[in-house]
Design a binder for this molecule. Structure first.
Ligand code: GCU
Length: 671
């Protein structure tokens, strides 16, 4: 339950060192709910790590840990800190002399900077990192997207019910919401969309606004704003208007009134997240209007209150017939509108063009809409990576996407650059939350690391997945070098293992339709062609893979010309995504010298081995991990090894059934 905020007792030497840095905790900044939260967290953390909470006060003494805003410091100290770089949310952690005493300073320009600085100081102390540092977030909106429904079910949630107890709210406020706020603030997450993108109209009823307001009250001191997903047809469904046409004056007036009402209840309300004209959700196209008409209408209602609209680019047509390739639709629908969205609209784009697969190339919209702020949407919950059963640390997936070279711009921009350099005032990253009412929050202990990695990368999209894993492991399990090294090692392999045993070499969407768990590459009889796995892998007698070059759907033309040229040729396409872009014969020669068929099998076999290795590595850690968490994780890893074998056997048997190819010598037949 404590997540990475365990503040476990430090070993002797480290304890003495830390004690010397925090003999007392002194607040020079004025009291406020946010600095109160910082003081409380420092005391809690120090009490845990040192065995005793230090005294607090406002007198500076040698060995004091001091919380101070720029305005609370003398000029000489202030000017030595380069606080301008900290901006409105960053911090500087520095040993210095203050009022003639040796102190450790947590300095910032704002209260929230002090809270973030306090969490950063505690993180460094708990993980054994240098205490001195300075940091500021690279993106403005760092937001969780809960896919939580009013009935407490969670779409693609694998950690129990929704943590929002809508029935009890607003009068009964679970203490857990405070821990949720602490955990998010410790990472710098500053927004939360409370409800599912497949939103219900009732979310905008006065009863739900009051519930959302109660949550906002808990989160406010922690710098977290509340947002809501809205259903585009809400006024029509609540029978308040005769249409939901975004150009209809009555509809526009209704949304304006609604926004005003929300801001009366929640003065710092963040804004709306919208899924429109996708997977059957209503939207402006129902009235022959455009995404721009819809988004800008909502933006106009929120603008007087400084609210934002996050308009999702995840669209695909019912029937799957609109284009010859589902992967092309978002680009086709959005690219023509570049520069036409209101200033308080962000277009929220999933990391890849299909749907949160174990590996996808980055979405072609990144870099293709230079006049529109695009924000990233990652999925923290593992819809297609084995739920909370299989271990898959997503840090490498996030990092791989953020570091990808879009080949747009000069010098060429990475995806992280595109997010950071978005035009206008707004930049951001969203993560579909993996949080639920389970005692461990995320369905498994290791899934907490995905929440953690998302938060750290939303703060700094150039962060390193391995360093983040190591930092998490140190706080969550042990500071011991060997233990955290072993845990980090498993984590860093885990996602690639899943890719290997589910969808290697760029294969995708071969999971059972509906639940998305387990292999079902053979399914080809669903009402929409693009719901069928066969649509994506195109296994045939002659070969396998989706031809997205000019001889196929030509989706590669949606990338910058230099990248498209590279992807046009299988020889210059990274093997990791080879079959995403090419349909190739079974005897195609891979870089290794093996045939494609042999290479494919070797990936499945490697995935099975990696899953078994993780099991063995974890077993060896038994003496170093508490029995409960060790056993709970061991049970999952056992299941994961079985899942890996199942995937391998099912996929190989299926490929054989279509290709008619024999197994290469030495390969074990599917069970
Ligand atoms: C996926 C997922 C849906 C979800 C959708 C979305 O398709 O399976 O459950 O609603 O993404 O992101 O809107």
């Amino acid at each position: 339950y404590a997540l990475w905020l365990r503040y476990a007792p430090l070993p002797g030497a480290a304890r003495a060192q830390l004690q010397a840095q925090a003999r007392t905790v002194v607040r020079l900044a004025p009291a406020s709910p946010t600095t109160d939260a910082a003081m409380a967290e420092l005391q809690r953390g120090l009490a845990g790590m040192l065995g005793k909470a230090p005294a607090t006060g406002n007198t500076v003494a040698d060995g004091a840990l001091v919380l101070a805003r720029a305005a609370d410091l003398p000029d000489t100290v202030r000017s030595s800190l380069a606080l301008a770089d900290a901006g409105t949310e960053g911090y500087v952690l520095r040993r210095t002399r203050l009022q003639g005493k040796n102190v450790f300073l947590i300095a910032a320009n704002s209260d929230i900077g002090l809270l973030y600085g306090s969490f950063a100081w505690l993180r460094a102390a708990a993980s054994g990192a240098p205490l001195e540092s300075a940091s500021a977030p690279a993106l403005k909106l760092r937001v969780l997207n809960h896919w939580d429904n009013p009935d407490r079910t969670v779409e693609r949630g694998y950690a129990g019910q929704s943590i929002w107890d809508w029935w009890a709210l607003p009068d009964i406020v679970d203490a857990r919401y405070l821990d949720y706020a602490r955990a998010n603030a410790s990472l710098g997450i500053n927004g939360t969309v409370l409800n599912n993108v497949n939103a219900k109209a009732e979310m905008l009823s006065p009863a739900f606004i009051a519930k959302a307001a109660a949550l906002a009250g808990v989160f406010r001191p922690y710098g977290i704003r509340v947002y809501l997903s809205v259903r585009f047809s809400t006024p029509l469904e609540l029978k308040e208007t005769a249409t939901a046409d975004p150009l209809d004056p009555q509809v526009r007036a209704w949304w304006q009134r609604e926004a005003d009402e929300i801001y009366r209840a929640i003065p710092d309300f963040g804004g709306f997240l919208v899924k429109a004209n996708s997977e059957g959700q209503p939207g402006p196209q129902d009235y022959h209007r455009t995404h721009v008409d819809g988004a800008n209408m909502l933006a106009a209602a929120l603008a007087p209150h400084n609210g934002a609209v996050m308009w999702r680019a995840f669209v695909y047509a019912p029937g799957g017939t609109k284009t010859d390739d589902r992967a092309k639709q978002a680009y086709d629908e959005f690219k023509p509108f570049d520069g036409r969205f209101a200033p308080n609209v962000l277009v929220q784009v999933k990391n890849g063009a299909i749907d949160f697969q174990p590996r996808e190339p980055f979405h072609p919209l990144f870099g293709a809409m230079p006049r529109t702020p695009l924000m990233m949407e990652f999925q923290i919950t593992k819809e297609y990576l084995g739920f909370s059963t299989d271990m898959a640390y997503l840090g490498p997936l996030f990092q791989e996407t953020l570091a990808a070279n879009t080949h747009h711009g000069s010098p060429p921009l990475s995806v992280a650059d595109v997010l950071q350099q978005a035009p206008g005032k707004l930049t951001g990253m969203a993560g579909v939350a993996n949080i639920g009412s389970d005692r461990n929050w995320s369905g498994s202990h290791f899934d907490q690391a995905n929440w953690y990695a998302f938060g750290r990368l939303a703060w700094n999209p150039r962060g390193d997945a391995r360093a983040i894993a190591d930092e998490w492991a140190a706080q969550t399990f042990s500071r011991d070098t060997a233990v955290r090294g072993a845990v980090t090692g498993m984590m860093m392999v885990s996602r690639e293992a899943v890719v290997n045993y589910m969808t290697p070499l760029g294969l995708h969407h071969m999971m059972g339709t509906g639940h998305h768990h387990g292999p079902a590459p053979w399914v080809d009889n669903l009402e929409r062609p693009d719901w069928n796995p066969v649509y994506y892998h195109r296994t045939a007698r002659d070969g396998i893979g989706f031809d997205r070059t000019a001889t196929g759907s030509n989706a590669i033309a949606q990338y910058a010309p230099a990248l498209a040229a590279q992807l046009a040729d299988p020889r210059t396409t990274p093997e990791q995504v080879l079959l995403w872009f090419h349909h190739l014969p079974w005897d195609y020669r891979m870089a290794s010298g093996r045939t494609l068929w042999q290479e494919l099998i070797s990936h499945y076999d490697r995935g099975v081995r990696q899953a078994r290795d993780m099991q063995a590595q974890w077993a060896a850690l038994a003496p170093a991990i508490d029995a409960r968490r060790h056993a709970e994780t061991a049970a999952r890893l056992q299941r994961q090894a079985a899942n890996a074998q199942l995937w391998r056997d099912a996929c190989i048997a299926y490929f054989q059934s279509v290709s008619g190819l024999p197994l290469p010598a030495g390969v074990a037949p599917p069970a």
